[in-house]
Write a protein that binds this ligand. Structure first.
Ligand code: ZN
Length: 136
């Protein structure tokens, strides 16, 4: 089994933003030369996340961000973290810092409506995404 790991940068523009990184992940998979296996897409940050959801209709990521904002408000009595970004930490843990995608015939095995999103919860910032491709 072969393992290839590669990082790329993502620049976010808003405090809360979902950015489609499917093409960047796909490029890492193609360059790895691995035809069958899986890819782990990992975000090494405590106020950001990775998720898979629909990008055919851009209102879907907008509605996800709206729902997260309602569930986890930016400021709330009781938050104690000194940086003032407790909401971003909570959203990061709720959404999760990685996703695993299967690879078949050197391509990501995503459903027709699925995309891989980098989720920013404390931007704008420059962020890192790590992709590890495993297989043969
Ligand atoms: Zn913090």
């Amino acid at each position: 089994m072969k393992i290839v790991q590669k990082d790329f940068r993502v620049s976010t523009r808003g405090r809360n933003q979902m950015i489609d990184i499917t093409r960047k992940v796909s490029t890492v998979v193609k360059e790895s030369g691995i035809a069958d296996g899986d890819a782990i897409v990992y975000c090494p940050h405590t106020t950001a996340a990775i998720t898979i959801n629909e990008n055919a209709d851009p209102t879907v990521p907008q509605d996800i961000l709206l729902t997260l904002e309602e569930l986890i408000p930016h400021s709330r009595p009781g938050y104690r973290h000194f940086e003032g970004n407790s909401d971003a930490h909570c959203k990061s843990s709720l959404v999760g810092c990685s996703e695993q995608v299967l690879i078949r015939d050197a391509a990501l095995k995503l459903g027709s409506w699925q995309a891989i999103f980098f989720c920013e919860f404390d931007g704008p910032r420059s962020r890192t995404v790590v992709v590890q491709v495993r297989g043969q």
